[in-house]
Each structure stands twice: as structure tokens, then as C-alpha cells.
Ligand binder design. Sequence first.
Ligand code: NDP
Length: 460
Amino acid sequence: MKTIEKIEQSFTDNVKEYVEQVYATVKKRNPHESEFHQAVKEVFDSLVPVLAKNPHYIKQAILERIVEPERVISFRVPWVDDQGNVQVNRGFRVQFNSAIGPYKGGLRFHPSVNASIIKFLGFEQIYKNSLTGQPIGGGKGGADFDPKGKSDAEIMRFTQSFMSELSKYIGPDIDVPAGDIGVGAREIGYMFGQYKKMRGGFEAGVLTGKGLGYGGSLARTEATGYGTVYFVEEMLKDQNLSFKGSTVVVSGSGNVSIYAIEKAMQLGAKVLACSDSTGYVYDKNGIDLSTVKRLKEVENKRISEYVNEHPEAHYVEGCSGIWTIPCDIALPCATQNEIDAHSAELLVSNGVKAIGEGANMPSTLEAVEIFLKNKVLFAPAKAANAGGVSVSALEMAQNSARLAWTFEEVDAKLHDIMKNIYNESMKAAQEYGAPGNLVVGANIAGFVKVADAMIAQGII
Ligand code: NDP
């Protein structure tokens, strides 16, 4: 090895050591937060070449600062159920980073919600929002409330109580929440009403994912699912592949899954299976989307009921079995860590060509490694599912300008944004010595813009 190469290598080794030290501190300071650790590790592992090339990020302690949320809010959410009993849940809002814009990120209502889950989601959101090219910072929130089996009146009482507290910390130029698991148009509507009542004014830009009649944007419902498929389409195109004639498996049957299925079908794919948290359906003729939409969007039923109308399909209890189905393209669109090493091995041995993460962090670190090692095309969540927050930012822009764009206008902008995220991520991967690796590329492209803005704004 030449002397100059030796010096460079030893500098890179020092940077690696520094990154590991910061990561060790994150683990120590945030004990028992395994999802947050996992999200930090994935980003940090990508950043070594950027830090080696830009030592001022180290001097400015960007890593130490970026892993510390600007603010963590945790609050009591008391409400009364239909039997007159008082119930208490825990609410969260993590305002992670506002270097490039007001905090922006969804609210999740699910019994598994805790500080670790909200922090991992908020941390991911920083880079995702940066990748969209829109002026939005990173945040996330939610509650350990289980909407399943609750009446409409209970949902309303809970969301009103939740917003009574959250309203103190948000605003169109401060923090703009949206939906996520368990939070759709109905919940956003109740929260918007409560916010309006408490503030005494119609501030449309305080929440996104609103109904169309009061400031919502066309194509927001479709945005995350469509965006994921647009992103994967670009990735496939580069390898002379396409959705046309491909078989696809999509996990979940919620907002992201339904519109990923719809767009994949429009592009000529056959979607063989989808799921919910109790099991999956496999339909060799291709999933009938109108049945799934009615069961899930209108009747609020379990996916198992699909087979009552399509006897040729099979229902199987347990959701991880969905990854045993051979397919060309897998789109995990349900929840975090739904593809572990075992499922990843199965997908690879069954010949999967591409993975597109519609959900946040649906693959474990080991699963990602298996995909990359086996040259499976891999679209990581923070790039692939950025379509939802992109159209949320377009909703904010329409609210500010008091305009409403057509579906076609918003969809065209979404498509352009997803192509741009793909190109920027590929470019960053190439520039930093990991050609084709979109995990590295997305992390770096998202990070650099935020780091530079943090430096420009001083030590705050
Ligand atoms: P929804 O609540 O609309 O749907 C979630 C779906 O996933 C449901 O079908 C649910 O089933 C299923 N699910 C939940 N847990 C599991 C599990 N352990 N195994 C299998 N299926 C499960 O949520 P969204 O579609 O909005 O969100 C899905 C994912 O996409 C999340 O990771 C979210 O963070 C991410 N995301 C969402 C965005 C959006 O715009 N909505 C934007 C970017 C990312 P069940 O009904 O039984 O609970």
C-alpha cells in the first residue's frame, strides 16, 4: 500500500472508531430502546465515508447532536369509554430536528407505541424529509391506544383528549403532524376540530391528511403506496426490469398496502398476497383489490373474510408466513421488523428480484444485509416511502397559497419527487464509493443537507 493510501486508511479507521463511540453513547443514554438503536446504527454505518471526507462534521459534533431530539414530549391522555370507565393512555411527540423546516411526521395509535418506537420513527423522518427536497424537519408522535374494537364515539373522545395536550406544542410553522398506523382521515378530522376549537382559528396547515372539504390534498391517501411503487419502478428500470408481468407480494392491508397494490396492478403486476396482523391471504389469480378496499376501508373487517368471497384463495393464520410465497417483488407495507433474517433467506431462495420498503424499517439489519449480499435490488424505507410526507408538504403548500391542485397535478409532482429521490440516492452512493447501494445513498443524501443547515445555524 502506498504511503498516502495508508494514511487515508488509518484516518478512515479512526472515523469508524469515533462513530462506534458515539453509537455506544446512544445505547448507554437510551437504554432498552432497541428500535431506536437499530435506526441509528443503520444510518451511522453509512456515514463513515462522508465523515472521512468532511471532518468538520466531526468537529461540529453533528452525530452527537443529531441523535438527541430537540424535544421529547410525553403526556397523559385520559378519556371515558362507552361503559363510563376512565381510561388512561400515554401520548408522545418527539420533535427531533428542525434544521431545514418545521417538524413533520405522523401520529401512530397502536398498543405497541413507546418512546423507542417514536424515536426510531422520528430519527428516520429527519433524513426522509430531507430527501424529499421540501423544507420540512423531522418529528413523530402517537399513543399506546388501540383503536381496534373501539366505537366511533370512543375514538372521538380519545383523539380530542390527545389533541387537548398536543395542541400546545404544534402549529403550521412549528410542527405539523399527519397520520400513520391507526390514524387515518377520521382521526385527523377529529383532531383538527379539537385543535380549531382550542386555538379559536382555522389554521389549515397544522395537520396534513385532512379531508378534501377542509384543506386536504387530492392524492394524499394514495401517496405513500403509489410513491413506493414509483420508486421501485425507477430501480427496476435501471436493470431493464419492470412491474409488467411480475408477481408481487404486499404485506399489510392498510393505507400504504392498498395503494401500493393499486399502482403495482396499474403497471401490469399480479399481486398474489396481502395480510393483516392476524394472517395473510394468497390468491393465485391475483388479489381482487375492490374486495380488500371494501373489507378494510369501508367495513373495517379482517382480511380472513376475503376467502368468503373468493373461495379459490387461501387464508393462513400468522403474518410472517407471507414471505414464504415465491414472488419477483416484495413490498413490506405493514410494520417494523416484519422481515427477519429467516424470511429474507426464504425470499432470496425463492428468487425475489427486488424489495421495496413501504413500511418504516420493515427489514431487520440482518435481513438488509442478506438482500444486499445476494444482489437483490433493495429500496430502503426512508427513500421508498417518502411519497406520503412529500404530498403532505404539497398539502401544506396548497394550504398556504389557499389553492387546491388537481389529482393529476399532485400525482405528477409525486412521481417527479420519487424519481428525484432515486437519482439523488444513486448519485450519493456512487460518490461515496458504494455504487448501487440505496441504503448508503439515501442516508448520505438525506444527512448532508441537514448537517450543513445545522452548521449554518450555529450551536443551538
Ligand atoms: P394502517 O394502520 O393503515 O395499516 C397497517 C396495516 O399493517 C394493517 O393492515 C395492519 O393490520 C397491518 N399490520 C400491523 N402490524 C402488523 C404485523 N405485525 N404484521 C402484519 N401486519 C401488520 O397503517 P399505514 O398503512 O398508514 O402504515 C403502514 C406502514 O407504513 C407503517 O410502518 C407506517 O409507519 C408506514 N408509513 C405510512 C405512511 C402513511 O402515509 N400512512 C407514510 C410513510 C410510512 P391490522 O389491521 O390487523 O392491525
